[in-house]
Ligand binder design. Structure first.
Ligand SMILES: *Cc1c(COP(=O)(O)O)cnc(C)c1O
Length: 439
C-alpha cells in the first residue's frame, strides 16, 4: 500500500510542487495532501484507503455529488462512440440550447449565443478579447480578490491560489500587459466612478465575479452588479459577469438568476461559465448577446479556437449534470449549506473564536475576524493562522475542507442528513483547535 506521504514525495520529484494546480499542495495549511483514488457521492477515498466527507467537490463541479451514476453512464456511452472528432456534434448544440434556455428567466434572456471552450481561464480570456474587439479599447477593470483564471492580464491581486499564497500577482506577466488592468476594491462604487473619470474612452470592460467567491465569499452589495452595468454602459464600456464558479451552482440560472428572482432587471453583456457546466469534465463557455458573440471567428474579426473545444465526453457530462440539476437539487444544497454554516457558527461561538461567515446563495466561507467582510482588504485582515489547525482537526475527523481559508465550502446534492450530522459532530473539536491556535 502506498501512503499519502510516499505519493506526495514521488509527485514532487516529477511535478512542480507535486501538484498540477497550486492550492492542492496544502501550502497554506501544511501537512501532506491526500492522493485521491476515487470519489462517490459526498465522499472521496485516498490512496491509503481512508474515506473523507468532501467539501471541496472538485472546487464546485460535483453539484450532484461525485460520480453520479447517470452522469457516468452518459459519459461511458459517449466514450464508446469516440473521444474527440475535431468536428461539430449535435450534442454541442443541445447543450447550448439548454444553457440559453436556463438563462431565460421570466422571458428575459440572459444570453443569445454560447461558445464552448475547455477551461474557465479560456472563457474569461475570450470574453475580454470580445469586449476589446467590440469597443476598440484596451483597459479592463477587475476587482481585488476576484479570480478569473490565470491569463496574463487577470492575475493582478487575484483570488484563489494567488490569494492563498499571498501573492500580489505573478512573475512572467509583462508590465505593459498588467498596466492594462485596473484593480479596484470590490463593492466600492466611488472607485468605479473615479476609474472611468480618470480613463475617459479607454476602458473596454469591467470583469466581475457574479458574486465573489475566490477570496472567501464576498457577496455583491445590493444593487452593485446593476450599478456596474449602468456605469459601464454610460461610459461606452461592457460588463463581463464571471459565473464560472456561481453558474448553475447557486441556482438554475446562476447568480444572475438569483438577482433576477429578487427583482433585479439588469442583464450582462457577456457571461462566462465553467466548473458545474462540465459536471467534472474540462468544459467552460462564453455567452452573450448576438451582436457581441458574432464578433467571434468565423463570423467576425475576434479570433478564438480550440482543438478539444466542445469535446464530446465533456459535453455529455455537462449536459447530463444540468439535466439532473433540478429545483430539488438546489433546495437540497441550500438546506445542507444552511445547516453546516449554522453549525460552524455555533461551534466557533461556543469557543469564543472571533469569526464572520459570509454567504452568497448556497456558497459560504468563514473569516476569522469579527467585522463584516466586504472586500479583499477585509478578507486579508483576519486571523488566518487559526485556519490550519481547524482544517487539520476536520481532516483528522474524516472531513476534507478546502485547504485554504480563502475558498468557499462546497456542498452537493449528495450531502444528506447523515453526512451533515457527521460534519456537525466534528465541528466542536475543530473550533477548539482554532481557539487554541498560536499566531
Ligand atoms: C475557477 C474560476 C475560473 C477559472 O477556471 P479554470 O477552469 O480553473 O481555468 C475563472 N473564474 C472564476 C470565478 C473561477 O472561480
Amino acid at each position: 500500500m502506498t501512503t499519502n506521504d510516499e505519493a506526495a514525495a514521488r509527485a514532487r520529484a516529477v511535478i512542480p510542487g507535486g501538484v498540477n494546480s497550486p492550492v492542492r499542495a496544502f501550502g497554506s495549511v501544511g501537512g501532506t495532501p491526500r492522493s485521491i483514488v476515487s470519489a462517490r457521492g459526498a465522499t472521496v477515498q485516498d490512496i491509503a484507503g481512508r474515506e473523507y466527507i468532501d467539501l471541496v467537490a472538485s472546487w464546485g463541479p460535483a453539484l450532484l455529488g461525485h460520480a453520479h451514476p447517470e452522469v457516468v453512464a452518459t459519459v461511458q456511452d459517449a466514450a464508446t462512440r469516440g473521444l474527440s472528432f475535431g468536428a461539430s456534434t449535435l450534442a454541442e448544440t443541445e447543450l447550448a440550447e439548454l444553457v440559453i434556455d436556463r438563462l431565460d428567466v421570466d422571458g428575459i434572456r440572459g444570453i443569445d449565443r454560447l461558445r464552448l471552450v475547455s477551461t474557465g481561464t479560456e472563457a474569461t480570456m475570450t470574453a475580454i478579447r470580445i469586449a476589446r474587439g467590440a469597443t476598440g479599447r484596451d483597459v479592463i477593470i477587475k476587482f481585488a480578490g476576484h479570480y478569473h483564471g490565470h491569463s496574463d492580464g487577470l492575475l493582478a491581486e487575484s483570488g484563489s491560489g494567488v490569494a492563498t499564497l499571498g501573492l500580489p500577482g505573478s512573475a512572467g506577466v509583462p508590465a505593459d500587459i498588467a498596466a492594462l488592468t485596473l484593480v479596484l476594491p470590490y463593492n466600492d462604487r466611488d472607485a468605479v466612478r473615479t476609474a472611468f473619470a480618470a480613463h475617459p474612452g479607454r476602458i473596454a470592460a469591467i470583469i466581475t465575479e457574479a458574486a465573489g467567491a475566490n477570496a472567501g465569499v464576498l457577496a455583491p452589495e445590493d444593487g452593485f452588479n446593476r450599478f456596474l452595468v449602468e456605469t459601464a454602459h454610460a461610459n461606452g464600456a461592457l460588463v463581463i459577469v464571471d459565473e464560472v464558479l456561481t453558474g448553475f451552482r447557486v441556482g438554475a440560472a446562476g447568480w444572475w438568476g438569483l438577482e433576477r428572482a429578487a427583482g433585479e432587471t439588469w442583464t450582462p453583456d457577456l457571461v462566462t461559465f465553467g466548473k458545474v457546466i462540465g459536471g467534472g469534465m474540462p468544459l467552460a463557455a462564453i455567452g452573450g448577446r448576438t451582436e457581441l458573440m458574432e464578433l467571434l471567428a468565423p463570423l467576425g474579426p475576434v479570433y478564438q479556437a480550440g482543438t478539444l473545444s466542445g469535446n464530446p465526453l465533456a459535453v455529455a457530462a455537462g449536459h447530463a449534470t444540468l439535466r439532473l440539476a433540478d429545483a430539488d437539487v438546489y433546495a437540497r444544497i441550500d438546506r445542507a449549506s444552511a445547516a453546516v454554516s449554522a453549525a460552524l457558527h455555533d461551534a466557533l461561538d461556543a469557543e469564543g473564536v472571533a469569526h464572520t461567515i459570509s454567504h452568497a446563495g448556497s456558497l459560504f466561507s468563514v473569516a476569522f475576524r469579527d467585522a463584516p467582510v466586504r472586500d479583499y482588504d477585509d478578507a486579508r485582515a483576519q486571523d488566518s493562522w487559526r485556519y490550519p489547525p481547524f482544517f487539520h482537526a476536520m481532516l483528522d475527523a474524516g472531513i476534507s475542507l478546502p485547504p485554504s481559508v480563502f475558498e468557499a465550502w462546497f456542498l452537493t446534492a449528495a450531502h444528506d442528513d447523515d453526512i451533515i450530522d457527521r460534519i456537525v459532530t466534528a465541528l466542536p473539536d475543530a473550533a477548539r483547535a482554532a481557539a487554541a491556535a498560536q499566531h
